[in-house]
Design a protein around this ligand. Structure first.
Ligand code: FDA
Length: 320
């Protein structure tokens, strides 16, 4: 119930405007966000790299409604790629297609993606396309398919969401093509028509999809994380759930998949203990580092995932 309300509010321009003006909201959001500038984000990634973690930088932005904003977002992503190269960060970049124009015009979005791919091809920096709400999944997969005939396509990866009924079929279709996959539970408000409503079913599907990912990676000789830490292996498990991580470890061990072929990914500011445990076990661990001024919808999704975050936020409001 609370989750549904918060996810609905994540699309509200009015609440966004309100929270953006509240210093307390910005302070609480900082737990999940590296800062509002690229300089902040570079500093955080440098620290993470020094601790043995890889990163993926997310210049925040989504649901862009004007062409010039989509181009501006693309420019910001290009600056992020340049910073990764210049600062020699062990990091990739994560983007959303709605950030670069998917809701406006598919051709515009594709042209913007091509600019990013050209930069990826030149710098060897990996770009992960985040998966957004179920209404955008077909279009995201279509654009990804089209991008596979462009230079730099091999630096492109996708996300599969375990809460969607369709994901097993999507993953099997993508499996043979060598596309690196990040497996997540799914963060949007979805109907029972398209997504498992019960957490136990999402978790069970997550484990089934993990088995498919492990098997796919094995068939491709594992394809480990590269020496720079910039290009992830084919299989990435993105969850803060101990049971999902433990299941993935067992699945990989049973199948004989090497540790450097199974990456764990987590969000900045969440489950540091688990991040360190998996790193110390010898797995690649990549931290998703969002930054920028467009933090509102990302922050609301983090509140929705865990009611305790909401109480923390509200208690800060009351204490001021
Ligand atoms: P679950 O929600 O069951 O949480 C397990 C435990 O983790 C909790 O008990 C708690 O301890 C901790 N935890 C989880 N969320 C927390 C939070 N917000 N604050 C504090 N503690 C928390 N989704 C999507 O739809 N498209 C995408 O592209 C991505 N990309 C992505 C990248 C990466 C690297 C990660 C880790 C996640 C995503 N997600 C995503 C989000 C994902 O779908 C999901 O919403 C969150 O990861 C929360 O689910 P968990 O798997 O962590 O499990």
């Amino acid at each position: 119930m609370i989750r549904a309300i918060l996810l609905r509010l994540s699309n509200s321009a009015g609440v966004k405007k309100l929270l953006n003006t509240w210093p307390i909201a910005r302070r609480v959001a900082r737990r999940f966000i590296a800062g509002e500038t690229l300089v902040d984000a570079v500093r955080v990634v440098r620290e993470l790299n020094a601790q043995g973690f890889f990163a993926t930088l997310d210049p925040l932005g989504e649901n862009t409604t004007r062409e010039q904003d989509a181009r501006h977002s693309t420019d910001e992503i290009l600056e992020t790629i340049e910073a990764v190269q210049r600062e020699r960060l062990r990091s990739g970049v994560s983007i959303k297609l709605s950030q670069i124009g998917l809701l406006l015009d598919e051709q515009l979005c594709f042209d913007n993606l091509k600019r990013l791919l050209a930069a990826a091809n030149q710098s060897g920096i990996f770009i992960r396309i985040d998966m957004e709400d179920s209404g955008l999944v077909d279009r995201t997969l279509d654009i990804h398919r089209k991008a596979r005939s462009e230079p730099g396509w091999q630096y492109l990866g996708l996300v599969i969401q375990a809460y969607l009924y369709r994901s097993q079929a999507d993953l099997k279709r993508l499996a043979g093509g060598g596309t690196p996959i990040r497996l997540v539970k799914g963060a949007y408000q979805e109907s029972e028509q398209v997504a498992y409503p019960r957490k136990a079913d999402v978790d069970a599907n997550f484990d089934r999809l993990t088995d498919i990912l492990v098997e796919t990676a094995l068939q491709a000789d594992g394809r480990p994380v590269d020496g720079t830490g910039r290009i992830p292996p084919l299989a990435a498990i993105a969850s803060h759930d101990d049971e999902r991580a433990n299941y993935a470890i067992l699945s990989a061990e049973k199948a004989g998949l090497r540790k450097d072929c199974l990456e764990f990914q987590m969000l900045y500011g969440i489950r540091r203990d688990l991040q360190m445990r998996l790193r110390d076990l010898g797995y690649p661990v990549r931290i998703y580092v969002p930054f920028g001024r467009e933090w509102y919808p990302y922050f609301m999704r983090r509140l929705a995932e865990r009611p305790a975050n909401l109480w923390f936020f509200l208690s800060n409001l009351v204490r001021r």
